[in-house]
Every structure is written in structure tokens, then in C-alpha cells.
Design a protein around this ligand. Structure first.
Ligand code: FES
Ligand SMILES: [Fe+2]
Length: 349
């Protein structure tokens, strides 16, 4: 389980793409957990996701034409509604008594929340009404993101997740003239953790004063970071003047590739002109992680094994343990119980 290639988790909402990337009347296609999806937005603004395979003779539906109401397959023009039900088969004559509506392509529950499009990947098809809502960013109920970023990581989702919860790489990887110069003097850190729904939380603590970007939110800036299955990180930063939230969502494309989405919200309206600059900074951060993942893949291809140590890698171990527990509970058909303890971790970074 700790080798970074554990099974991908089904029965969760996954962030598929930013809402702004899909205009009314448009479709896009992508793979989530190995499943081919065509994701669209009707003229009325509703989002939907269907299995990207025509049930007639298999042509991916994204090659077809979407008029904002129905998706017509490119091969023989069978038309499907956003619910996946076939609405018309152009070749059928009146003499042929055929129940067109009985033909169906799998529809995945799909919802837009706070400017993100989430798709529920279930082990089996489920009634959307029986599902919990997609993960919400706290404190920004009706908000749309200030900006979001998505990057393709050529690795298993576990490696992207371990990188996300790794507290000791920043001093070596996230260095730049405007953030922190190359690590010279590491400091001792002590952080308190507690279990949280489907994960754990690094309790609220003050950010060090050298974090210049955070000072935009005020003088006294604190943060709290929650990690949860299937691969979500939510950081809530509070200043005495403003607050901000960043959501990072790890979405497996398949066993070898992952999409990492980062979405930012903040209350400081006057920061809007700085948005392009902040987006560039955040993009640089994410690409530094991506670059390291590429390098790590070289070692993994040569048979590298992971050696996860206390306390620096304890969170990666927690993540692996949670996944294991989730899979065990699902197989046994019982409720998931969070096995994590409250703990204080110490490291140099
Ligand atoms: S393959 Fe799609 S309509 Fe025939
Ligand atoms: Fe990082």
C-alpha cells in the first residue's frame, strides 16, 4: 500500500474541470479513473457527464455534434439527452417498433459548485439523489474562484497526494527570488494535528512573517489545512483584514496520470488587479511540484522503493492508511471509521 500505487478510490466526487472552461452549448472530454467521459453544458447552463462511448457501435460521443440540448453521435447520428437516454435514431422507419428510450449511455452524477464541475465516479451507477453533495469550500458559499489552475502530472495519484502533504520539500523545491531563496537554514517546526471527516487537519497556527504574500490579508495571519480522501487539501487562511481559501483536488486520470487542480478564493476585492500576478506565482509553485514528480518518475522507473519516515512523511502514511481503511470498509460493507490519532509532528523545514 505504501508503494504509491494503491487502487484508485471509487464512490467519491472528483473535480473534473473548472466551470469557466465549459461554456453553454459546449462539450469536452476527459478520462477520470480510467473512465472515458464526455462532459457538457446545456444552453440552460446545466452540466452533465456521460460515458464517452456510443452504445450503438462504440464511437466516442465527443466526436459528435452537440446543439446545446442533444448530443448526436458522429457515426449514425443517434441522439442522446444530458441524462444519457437515447432520444432519436435517425435510421428507424415507422414500421420498426423499437423503444428508442430504452437505449442508454451511462450518465455520471455531475454538479457545479463554487465554480468547479464535480463528477461522481461510483463503483456502480447510483441515483444522484442518494449522494452526498460535492465537497464545498468553507466560507465562500456562492462564490466563484478568483482563479484556478490545472496541471497534468505524469504519475499515480498517490504520488501527487504524497507531494501535496509533504511538509519538508518546500525549502528545496519552492524556492524563488520572490518567495524564499534557496534553503540555507532550516527551522524546527512543530504542528498539531487532529482527525477530521475522511482525513485530518493541521490545526490553526500563525504563519511565519516571512510569508510575504500572506501579508496581503493582514498582519496577524493564521492558517488551517485539512486533508481528506480521495485527495483533497483545503487551506483556510485568515488575516485580520481578509481571508482566503485554496482548494487542491487530485483527480486520477488513470493509474499512470493525474490531474491536479488548484482553486483560489479570497475576500479582498482590491486584490483583483493582482490576480494575473498571483496566478503566475501559484502556477510556478505547481510547476515546481510537477518538475519534481517528473524526476521522481525516473527513479521509480528504475525500481525505487519508498522509504517513508516519521515525522516528515507521517501524513503520507496517514493517507495510505486512510485509503486502506476505506477500501477495507467498502469491501466488508461497513461504515468507514477514521483510524487516525491526534498527534503533534516535528520536523525541520
Ligand atoms: S456508433 Fe454511434 S450512432 Fe452508430
Ligand atoms: Fe509543493
Amino acid at each position: 500500500m505504501l508503494d504509491g500505487t494503491s487502487p484508485l478510490l471509487r464512490d467519491f466526487w472528483y473535480l473534473a474541470l473548472p466551470g469557466a472552461a465549459l461554456r453553454p452549448g459546449r462539450i469536452g472530454h476527459k478520462r477520470l479513473l480510467g473512465e472515458p467521459l464526455v462532459i457538457g453544458r446545456t444552453m440552460q447552463g446545466e452540466v452533465f457527464a456521460l460515458r464517452d462511448v456510443c452504445p450503438h457501435r462504440g464511437v466516442p460521443l465527443h466526436h459528435g455534434r452537440f446543439d446545446g440540448r442533444e448530443l448526436a453521435c458522429a457515426y449514425h447520428g443517434w441522439r442522446f439527452g444530458p441524462d444519457g437516454r437515447c432520444r432519436a435514431i435517425p435510421s428507424l422507419t415507422d414500421e420498426r417498433d423499437f423503444d428508442v428510450g430504452a437505449v442508454k449511455v451511462r450518465a455520471y452524477p455531475c454538479r457545479e459548485l463554487q465554480g468547479n464541475i464535480w463528477v461522481y465516479i461510483g463503483a456502480a451507477e447510483r441515483d444522484p439523489k442518494s449522494l452526498p453533495p460535492p465537497p464545498a469550500v468553507p466560507g465562500f458559499e456562492a462564490a466563484v474562484p478568483q482563479f484556478s489552475l490545472s496541471r497534468h502530472f505524469p504519475c499515480h495519484a498517490d504520488h501527487a497526494a504524497y507531494g501535496l502533504m509533504d511538509p519538508t520539500h518546500a525549502a528545496f523545491v519552492h524556492t524563488s527570488w520572490w518567495w524564499k531563496k534557496q534553503a540555507r537554514r532550516l527551522r524546527r517546526k512543530e504542528k498539531h494535528f487532529e482527525p477530521a471527516p475522511l482525513g485530518w487537519r493541521m490545526k490553526r497556527h500563525r504563519l511565519p512573517p516571512e510569508s510575504r504574500i500572506y501579508r496581503l490579508l493582514g498582519d496577524e495571519v493564521t492558517t488551517e489545512i485539512a486533508y481528506s480522501l480521495p485527495g483533497l487539501r483545503v487551506e483556510q487562511i485568515e488575516g485580520n483584514r481578509h481571508s482566503a481559501v485554496s482548494l487542491t483536488a487530485i483527480t486520477p486520470i488513470d493509474e499512470q496520470a493525474t490531474e491536479v487542480h488548484q482553486v483560489f478564493y479570497w475576500t479582498a476585492g482590491w486584490l483583483a488587479p493582482l490576480r494575473p500576478l498571483l496566478k503566475r506565482f501559484a502556477g510556478t509553485f505547481l510547476e515546481q511540484d510537477l518538475e519534481m514528480v517528473r524526476k521522481q518518475q525516473e527513479g521509480l522507473a528504475d525500481g525505487a522503493k519508498l522509504l517513508l519516515i516519521e515525522d516528515a512523511d507521517t501524513q503520507a502514511q496517514w493517507f495510505a492508511r486512510l485509503k486502506q481503511e476505506w477500501l477495507r470498509a467498502a469491501e466488508a460493507g461497513c461504515d468507514f471509521e477514521n483510524p487516525l490519532p491526534a498527534k503533534t509532528l516535528r520536523w525541520h523545514s
